[in-house]
Design a protein around this ligand. Structure first.
Ligand code: GDP
Length: 296
């Protein structure tokens, strides 16, 4: 396992106990270790930079207290700043709009979009007593459409019948119409992903958005995404305009740096996290826990 940041900072800073304030040189040495820890946790480089700048500002000149070791003091500063950057906990999905409220799920193929669509629908149904309709817009992968249909059967949630040959935007419009007629409170649009971001995907997402007027656009991303996280989040946010993030595979053994990267570049809240393959394995986001995990 990695040496904890606390240990590393302890060996650099604890000799300073009782020596006034942290100097720029002390802080620079400490920040080198913070930077290493964040990179090991897969936080994207540009986010590591802005993060360490923010910590530097708070740490230089900070008084070294007798009651707490300087290493611990800096760890606390780093921890607090991480929590502040990760944002608030328990930001709910916003259903405050005229029914049917449209939730558009976006993300790369394999990120867990379809599974998360099912999980969110299931949660809205069982916890919030909402009537939900799910629709797959992945016209290029019949298996994906079938996967959503099966999740619907498994959870007892309506799915829009598949009509071969319809375009994603037409399916989106049909889903909203069907929800209106069916008295559904919420429509979840499970859009198509690609293995990487490309122009046609972004155009398709923008068109679906225009056609369906979603109230929430949730970017689903694998928590194990490394340096790509920034690019991914920025692209979807700039081109489609996301309202929140859902990080999947938080049950994996990654350190979850992608959470910080994506939150930092978009400023959008992490609304939920996926912690397994089962429909019930969806949880609220707790910044403190993720901060602990990033620091190891
Ligand atoms: P999509 O291509 O984005 O729709 O991705 P899928 O929903 O098909 O998910 C891809 C795989 O990841 C499936 O095997 C899911 O069961 C799995 N998966 C999705 N979310 C999670 C999660 O939170 N934890 C774990 N361990 N697996 C997940």
């Amino acid at each position: 396992m990695f040496e904890t940041l606390q240990d590393r900072l302890g060996s650099i800073l604890n000799g300073l106990t009782g020596r006034g304030a942290l100097s720029e040189a002390d802080v620079a040495a400490a920040l080198r270790e913070v930077r290493r820890a964040l990179l090991e946790a897969d936080v994207a480089l540009e986010v590591v930079r802005s993060f360490t700048d923010a910590v530097r500002e708070k740490a230089v000149g900070a008084e070294i207290l007798k009651s707490i070791k300087p290493g611990q003091m800096v760890v606390k500063l780093v921890h607090d700043e991480l929590i502040a950057m990760l944002g608030s906990e328990g930001v709910p999905i916003d259903l405050n709009a005229a029914a049917p409220v449209v939730i558009m799920m976006v993300g790369l193929q394999g990120s867990g979009k379809t599974t998360t669509s099912g999980k969110i629908a299931n949660r809205l149904k069982t916890r919030d007593k909402k009537k939900v309709l799910m629709a797959s817009l992945d016209t290029r992968r019949p298996a994906a459409q079938e996967q959503l249909r099966q999740l619907g059967v498994q959870t007892g949630i309506d799915t829009l019948p598949i009509i071969a040959g319809q375009s994603p935007t037409d399916i989106a419009a049909r889903a909203v119409q069907a929800a209106r007629l069916g008295g559904h409170d919420v429509v979840i649009l499970d859009t198509a992903g690609r293995t990487h971001i490309d122009e046609p995907l972004m155009i398709e997402m923008a068109e679906i958005k225009r056609k369906s007027n979603p109230h929430e656009i949730l970017l689903v991303a694998d928590a194990l995404t490394g340096q790509d996280a920034v690019n991914l989040a920025r692209n979807f946010d700039d081109r489609v305009g996301i309202t929140g993030l859902v990080l999947t595979r938080m049950d994996g053994d990654g350190r979850g740096g992608a959470a910080l990267s994506m939150r930092a570049v978009t400023g959008k809240p992490i609304k939920l996290i996926g912690v397994g393959e089962k429909m019930s394995e969806l949880e609220e986001f707790h910044p403190r826990r993720v901060a602990d995990r990033i620091l190891g």
